[in-house]
Design a protein around this ligand. Structure first.
Ligand code: FAD
Length: 502
């Protein structure tokens, strides 16, 4: 078997994972059944968590030119005010999923990942050593061998089915249409720009480029006559009429597709050498950019753990921490998006509750709670009990805001120090020099920086995904590595190199 990691699906999750693995010098092959990049992708925005994760790898520098900052958030389309939340907290970014995917594909390839289009995973076998993946292409079938296969192949995931993993949950009666329309200057649909709620469901119209709008209809309590049939212009026309009596008028579709209101989650994220991430592992109603953020943070969580396993220095249980950390996040996203659906339909019934909630979000604490939920900034990972024994800290398991830092080499930022995807011991104690970690210097960088008011710790150990693995309280002993730091290093990075241990 080879060390190659095979990824099924070149969506945002698969490409982010390919980037993470290639950054760690793991051979990666992405197989994608589409013939090439497509404009027919539904997403229009990424939330603050995705923005942070992209900054952390320097990818916002490439994504930035395709969109704009949108410092708003909503809960069930009740608008929140992120600007009122104290501290540094990021922003939503409006970008089409098409452009996001294009940039991620370019950056992953630049790091060395190989993307093979028009290759569909159709069969799978595995043993202790790795996987054999049968892939169909126009030229016939071939078998790829690798160490791991990661199914990032979306809601209908073939990898999940072939691995025998269930996908329990619920599908509500729903008729959803999404697509891009070429419209004239005074087109009647332009009066609907934004996200509107109606008794039958939702109508969202967003500007995509001059003369083109992205439209999404969502009708609750209805089902398409044939879910597999292509959407026709007449079907879209009828849907818009049912929602608000509006007329589609003279509009030319560039593409139209269907979407569902399913909330489902794989019963496990790993079966031997096969793992799942993104929509292949969980689906929920797409509200507020939580969908891609759950998938992209899956990829960032999994990438360095798979890489450590392939490179042979993963501590016991590292790969299993992927499910332990990420399953509860998607489960909560499923629950909180279901809660939002309850607030959206039937509108007449829930209107008083929406009115009450609209008043409540004027309260700073309610606004902050919901902004953090929509931005996925409230996600903490549980820290293994044997690691913390006696040494706990409120920052453990959290991501830190991207704060500016001053080091001996000049001005930098926390995100910049994480670009290489390595562990980072950030020494903010202001002492004579940073701690030395000779046994881990192949995996962990040590950087001393001037103390920051925005990080309440003397030292923090960050994992490659930016999560705090250990923190030393401000004002405590500055000179000696503590036992807790040693335990955290061993838990997340494995034992010290034998040659450096003594
Ligand atoms: C109307 C609508 C609007 C949305 N808006 C947003 C938004 O604004 N923000 C947001 O965060 N999310 C949004 N979402 C959700 C978002 O689109 C998904 O969460 C996201 O696409 C999931 O990414 P993924 O990479 O996990 O899966 P996918 O994007 O589904 O990618 C899976 C890939 O795998 C490929 N594939 C499938 N089967 C195989 C196979 N057997 N072999 C090889 N390749 C295969 C597919 O062709 C596809 O390219 C929206 C969804 C909808 C329906």
């Amino acid at each position: 078997m080879t060390d190659t990691v095979i990824i099924a699906g070149a969506g945002p999750t698969g490409l982010m994972l390919a980037h993470e693995l290639a950054l760690q010098r793991v051979p990666v092959v992405v197989v994608e059944r589409r013939p090439g990049p497509t404009d027919a992708l539904p997403g229009m925005a990424i939330n603050a968590t995705v923005v942070d994760l992209l900054h952390q790898r320097g990818l916002m520098d490439h994504v930035g030119e395709y969109g704009f900052e949108f410092p708003r958030a909503h809960f069930a389309q009740i608008w929140l005010d992120p600007v009122r939340v104290p501290g540094r907290h990021g922003y939503n970014f409006v970008i089409s999923q098409t452009n996001l995917v294009r940039v991620l594909a370019e950056r992953a390839a630049k790091q060395g990942a190989e993307i093979r289009w028009e290759r569909e995973v159709v069969d799978l076998a595995q043993d202790d050593a790795g996987v054999r993946v049968t892939v169909r292409s126009p030229g016939g079938q071939e078998v790829l061998t690798g160490r791991f296969l990661v199914g990032c192949d979306g809601p209908e995931s073939a990898v999940r089915r072939l691995a025998g993993i269930d996908f329990p949950g619920q599908d509500l009666p729903f008729l959803g249409i999404v697509g891009d329309l070429e419209v004239g200057e005074d087109h009647p649909l332009l009066a609907y720009l934004g996200a509107g709620e109606f008794p039958g469901g939702l109508l969202t119209v967003g500007p995509l480029e001059p003369g083109v709008v992205r439209i999404a209809t969502a009708e609750f309590d209805l089902r398409p006559a044939d879910r597999t049939a292509p959407v026709t212009t007449d079907e879209l026309r009828d849907s818009i009429r049912r929602l608000d009596g509006a007329e589609l008028g003279d509009a030319t579709p560039r593409w139209l597709g269907r979407w569902d209101a399913a909330t489902r989650q794989a019963d496990r994220y790993r079966e031997g050498n096969v793992l799942l991430a993104g929509d292949a592992a969980h689906v929920h109603f797409p509200l507020g950019g939580q969908s891609m953020s759950t998938g992209i943070e899956d990829a960032v969580n999994l990438g360095w753990k798979l890489a450590a396993t392939v490179h042979g220095h993963a501590p016991v249980g590292l790969l299993d921490s992927y499910q332990a950390e990420r399953y509860p996040v998607a489960a909560r996203a499923g629950r909180t998006t279901l809660a939002q659906m309850v607030l959206l339909h039937p509108l007449g019934h829930v209107a008083p509750l929406r009115e009450l909630l609209s008043e409540m979000v004027e309260l700073d604490e309610v606004n902050e709670f919901l902004v953090k939920l929509a931005y996925a900034l409230d996600v903490d990972y549980p820290v293994p009990a044997d690691q913390v024994a006696g040494e706990t800290h409120p920052l453990l398991g959290r991501r830190l805001p991207d704060v500016p830092l001053r080091t001996g080499a000049g001005e930098t930022s926390l995100a910049e120090l994480l670009h290489a995807g390595r562990g980072l011991l950030l020494d903010l104690a202001g002492g004579a020099g940073p701690l030395a970690l000779p046994g881990w210097d192949d995996r962990v960088d040590v950087v001393a920086a001037a103390p920051s008011d925005e990080i309440d710790a003397a030292r923090v150990l960050l994992r490659p995904d930016g999560r705090v693995a250990w923190a030393q309280p401000t004002g405590t002993d500055r000179t000696e590595p503590t036992e807790g730091l040693g335990r955290a290093l061993a838990t997340w990075f494995g034992p010290a190199r034998a040659s450096a241990a003594g």
